[in-house]
Each structure stands twice: as structure tokens, then as C-alpha cells.
Design a protein around this ligand. Structure first.
Ligand code: ADE
Length: 420
């Protein structure tokens, strides 16, 4: 079996950590049990381009249990957990192409392995795999043979919707990100906690009393702002969307333009999905010693070339912390090369939240295999009943009971919908 990983010797460490994550993924476990019986993905070649973590390993094992032939490559050069990659190769015979710290060329070589696997289904995190399959680098017949795909992130869904709008998307995709059991929890509580985890692991910073600028108040920004406040930070939010800004105000945060927030912040965190939200004019106003990092999908939110241009020297002061000495004597600290800090410096979202995200992935894969013939080349929501079933299963697993409508209440509600 072809693969490219750092070190097979790490496999047993990886297996122990994958099994630990599995303890917090009860919904995925139930799906695995059903998949083992029903084998809904029998004979399906599935290429997944995801962060290679303990949680992803559990998803890969579920897909394999469902009968799929799975190949996994990294969706980011720095997020791979090398012990997990080794375990999947050694203990589960799943071909993995991922090495933490791989250069850009290797990163794309690994994606090309996923392309050349000639997938029938793609599973993407950021849409790099879909994009490569549609590019001139790929054999044109490969994209024709894909039945359908799924996408994990906000950024990926935006990219794919724009491909669909231009009429260039060649197969249907389910936007897993947009499921309620995904973004309400993964983007908010997952990103909220894991971003702080990454920042703290990288810096050992005391958050209490720190002025933190949260750039972007989407689901990820909301989660992060809330958790930073919970640890005692003075949180400032910056936004371009009036509704999001208003929500931040009503949630009790100070909302300022980026240029003012940059001047006040000890720590600036970007979570927008957009390019160069932090750039020269902001670096010029920032305080000496300020820390900058990103938790959005791509490393484009911070304009690093601008920062380099303003600097006389760049040196690594501690692992994943680069000190930029500016010409005027100030020093700014960039974490994790501006890549998503929660996966670069920490382990990404906790398993309990990935349980729901990856349940959506597994069930969406099953859904597209069954239904691709009725689907057009556009981006679809996760079917509502599937989303709701994941919420129910998660509540059950957490031991939380809820009420049911009485017959009288149901009739009352029906009378409104029937217009009587
Ligand atoms: N994205 C964010 N956190 C993740 C995790 N733990 N595993 C895979 N993808 C992720």
C-alpha cells in the first residue's frame, strides 16, 4: 500500500490517542456499528482531504467499516498529527499522505495522490482537493467520474458555491459546514476552545486582563470571543457586516474599526475567512509586544509580506512564535506562521464536537452514494432529517432527555400551518 508519512514507529502512540478520542465520539460509534452491518459504502473509492487528527482517524475508520476504500491526505501542511498518520497506515491499512511541516510542493503532491486515487466520492476541508480535481493538473477524466462530494468548512463552502455559480462545478457537493449540528457547535464551541488552546500552548500567555481583538464575528469569532471573555480578557470585536457587529454589541462586546482595535490589542486573532484583514496600516499602529495569530482556514488573513517588509529582522523566539523587529524598534509576535493556530499549536477541536461534524460527514457520504443520480452539480445542504437525527443521537449519548409535544399541542401547531 502506497503512503507517505513521517514515521511508522509512531503508530502505537497514535492508536492510543485515536482510541481516547473515540471515547468522546458516541454518535460516530453508533454509525460505525450500523455501517459494519449494512456496508452502505461498499466498493466506493473515497478520497478525503482533511486535517489528520485523532478525530479524523475515527471518521476514516467509520468510512472503511462502511465498505469504502479510503485514502486520506492532509488539508493543511502543519496540522498533521504524525502518530495518527502512522497508526492509520499500520493498524488500519489506510493509505495516508501527510507529514507535519511538509512544504507546499509536498502538500500538493499529497493532494495529487488523492486525485490519482480516482475517487468516486470526495471529502474536503477547504476545497483544495475539489479545486485540484477541477484543475489542469488533474487528468480530466477523473473529475467526470466523481459521483459527489462533501465539504467541511465555511471557507470551502464559499469557494464551492462560487464555482457552482460560475457553472464550473462538475459534481454535486453537500455543505456539511452548513448543518446546524456542525456550525452551531464545531465553529462556535470547537473553534472557541481550540483557538485559545493553541494560543496558550504556543505562548503560555495569561488571558485574564489581556486586551484581545477578535477579527470577525461569524460563528467562529463568536465562540472565540465568548471563551476569551470567560478567561478574563477585555474583548474588542471588529466586523464589516452590520448585523454581526450589532450582535457583538448586544452580546456585550466593544466593537471598533480594525485600525483602533489594532492600536489597543495585546493579542489580535483573525477568524474571517477573508484576505489581508490585518495589514501594514494595522501593524503600524500596534503596540510593542503585541501577538498576532489566525484561526481562519487559510494563512492569508494576516498580510505576512507586509509584516516582513516593515521588519529588519525575523527570528524564532520559541516554537511557533516568530519575533518581527520593526524598523521603529517595536516587536510584533506572529504565531504558527499565520496558519490556523488551533490545529498548528494544539490538536484542533475536541473529539466531542467533532463527533457531530464527522457524523454529518459519514451520513452525507452515505446519502450521496444513494442519491447522487438525483443531484445536480451544485452545493446542497445536509438533509434536515439527517441533521436532526444527529442532534437526537448526541442528546441520547449525553444522557439528556427532552419533552415531546402533546397531541393537543401538535394539533394546535398544525392548525396554524393549515391556516385554520
Ligand atoms: N478541524 C478542527 N478541528 C479538527 C479536528 N480535531 N480534527 C479534524 N478537523 C478539525
Amino acid at each position: 500500500m502506497n503512503h507517505d508519512i513521517k514515521d511508522r514507529e509512531l503508530a502505537d502512540d497514535g492508536k492510543r490517542r485515536i482510541d481516547w478520542a473515540d471515547r468522546f465520539m458516541p454518535v460516530l460509534r453508533l454509525i460505525r456499528q450500523r455501517f459494519e452491518q449494512e456496508r452502505p459504502l461498499e466498493g466506493v473509492r473515497l478520497s478525503a482531504c482533511l486535517h489528520v487528527t485523532t478525530e479524523t482517524a475515527n471518521l476514516a475508520r467509520v468510512l472503511k467499516a462502511g465498505g469504502a476504500e479510503v485514502l486520506l491526505c492532509a488539508s493543511n501542511p502543519l496540522s498533521t498529527q504524525d502518530d495518527v498518520a502512522a497508526s492509520l497506515v499500520v493498524h488500519d491499512s489506510i493509505p495516508i499522505f501527510a507529514i507535519k511541516g511538509e512544504d507546499t510542493e509536498t502538500y500538493y503532491q499529497h493532494i495529487d495522490e488523492a486525485v490519482n486515487f480516482q475517487p468516486m466520492v470526495t471529502m474536503d476541508d477547504g476545497a483544495d482537493l475539489v479545486s485540484r480535481l477541477h484543475s489542469e493538473e488533474a487528468n480530466p477524466s477523473y473529475v467526470e467520474n466523481v459521483l459527489a462530494g462533501t465539504e467541511e468548512t465555511t471557507t470551502g463552502v464559499i469557494r464551492l458555491k462560487s464555482m457552482a455559480a460560475e457553472g464550473v462545478l462538475r459534481y454535486p457537493i453537500i455543505a456539511v459546514n452548513d448543518a446546524q449540528t456542525k456550525h452551531f457547535f464545531d465553529n462556535r464551541y470547537g473553534t472557541g476552545q481550540s483557538t485559545l488552546d493553541g494560543i496558550i500552548r504556543a505562548t503560555n500567555l495569561l488571558i485574564a486582563g489581556t486586551t484581545v481583538a477578535v477579527v470577525g464575528y461569524g460563528w467562529c469569532g463568536r465562540g472565540f470571543a465568548d471563551r476569551a471573555r470567560g478567561l478574563g480578557a477585555n474583548v474588542i470585536v471588529t466586523e464589516v457586516d452590520p448585523l454581526n457587529a450589532l450582535e457583538a454589541v448586544m452580546d456585550g462586546f466593544r466593537v471598533l474599526p480594525m485600525i483602533q482595535a489594532a492600536a489597543e490589542a495585546d493579542l489580535v486573532v483573525t477568524l474571517t475567512g477573508n484576505i489581508h484583514v490585518l495589514r501594514r496600516e494595522h501593524f503600524e499602529t500596534m503596540k510593542d509586544g503585541a501577538i498576532i495569530c489566525n484561526s481562519g482556514h487559510f494563512n492569508v488573513e494576516i498580510n505576512i509580506p507586509d509584516l516582513k517588509d516593515l521588519s529588519t529582522e525575523v527570528r524564532t523566539t520559541r516554537e511557533l512564535v516568530e519575533e518581527y523587529s520593526l524598523k521603529d524598534g517595536r516587536k510584533l509576535y506572529l504565531l504558527g506562521e499565520g496558519r490556523l493556530i488551533n490545529l498548528v499549536a494544539a490538536e484542533g477541536h475536541p473529539a466531542s464536537v467533532m463527533d457531530m461534524s464527522f457524523a454529518n460527514q459519514a451520513l452525507s457520504a452515505e446519502y450521496v452514494v444513494k442519491n447522487h443520480e438525483q443531484m445536480d452539480n451544485c452545493v446542497y445542504d445536509v438533509p434536515e432529517e439527517l441533521d436532526a437525527s444527529i442532534a437526537k443521537l448526541k442528546l441520547q449519548a449525553l444522557g439528556v432527555a427532552i419533552d415531546q409535544l402533546t397531541e393537543e399541542q401538535q394539533t394546535y401547531l398544525n392548525s396554524w400551518t393549515m391556516g385554520t
